[in-house]
Design a protein around this ligand. Structure first.
Ligand code: NAP
Length: 243
């Protein structure tokens, strides 16, 4: 059975990706940063679908922990067929007032963490000459967003990394893609004001916020045999917000 590692799978989009991949037949390593209960819930949902699951704690912004996460996933479940770079945080603030700590925290987790995890995973994929890596970027990595210079820079950086890696490893049968969600209803967007929410809805042709399942379906497509000629692509899952 194919095996996937999903980082940031204790809740939100990552939890939905883990469940959707399990529905597609993947055994799933559920990566998490601190929410052990959430990760256990996701693992239980994967198990309930008849697939093997393991919850693994690791701070993806630490290169040693990221490498240990990949090694533990492979020890527990077997060689990784798919890796989903989903762990992420926000530390929003206006650019001129943004602290170095807030800049670094977001770049270290969202971008450098994605580099650490995918670098550790791609080595085995190169040996096996197969694999799929999907980065969960964001529409703001394509459009920018006032108050999110750190986050938009990290998400744009992920897209540059994905396209470069796709060029390096395509000849070895490894595909590397990104999804760019718009606003999705999770803990990350729970603090939007009514005014912000109304503004977003007014600029979204499909007239609603996204669900974690909307994003998970696009990720599952990219990991599936339906996408064997798709690499270096960025699928926007944003209800048309970024048009
Ligand atoms: P969320 O509900 O806040 O969940 C974030 C996940 O990332 C949690 O599982 C968290 O683990 C994990 N995480 C955070 N820092 C970590 C670290 N240093 N090491 C390991 N894991 C870490 O967020 P979400 O909305 O589901 O977002 C998931 C991804 O989608 C993020 O990359 C986000 O930027 C992206 N995205 C979200 C939206 C949106 O509107 N929600 C839109 C576009 C893109 P613990 O809780 O266990 O610490």
């Amino acid at each position: 059975m194919p095996v996937a590692l999903v980082t940031g799978a204790s809740r939100g989009i990552g939890a939905a990706i883990a469940e959707t991949l399990a529905m597609q037949g993947f055994d799933v390593a559920v990566g998490y940063g601190s929410d052990a209960d959430g990760a256990a819930r996701t693992a239980a949902a994967v198990s309930a679908l008849g697939r093997r699951a393991v919850a693994l704690k690791a701070d993806v912004s630490d290169d040693v922990e990221a490498a240990e996460l990949v090694a533990a996933a492979e020890t527990e479940l077997g060689p990784l067929d798919a890796v989903i770079l989903n762990a992420g945080i926000t530390r929003d603030g206006l650019f001129v007032r943004m602290s170095v700590e807030d800049w670094r925290a977001v770049i270290d987790t969202n971008l450098t963490g994605a580099f650490y995890v995918s670098r550790a995973a791609v080595r085995g994929m190169l040996r096996r000459r197969s694999g799929s890596i999907v980065a969960v970027s964001s529409i703001v990595g394509l459009t920018g967003n006032a108050g999110q210079a750190n986050y938009a820079a990290a998400k744009a950086g992920m897209i540059g990394m994905v396209k470069s890696l796709a060029k390096e490893v395509g000849g070895r049968g490894i595909r590397v893609n990104a999804v760019a969600p718009g606003y999705v209803t999770t803990d990350m967007t729970a603090d939007l004001s009514d005014e912000q929410r109304d503004q977003i809805l007014a600029s979204t042709p499909l007239g609603r916020l996204g669900t974690p399942a909307d994003v998970a379906d696009a990720v599952a497509f990219l990991c599936s045999d339906a996408a064997t000629f798709v690499t270096g692509s960025v699928i926007r899952v944003d209800g048309g917000l970024g048009i």
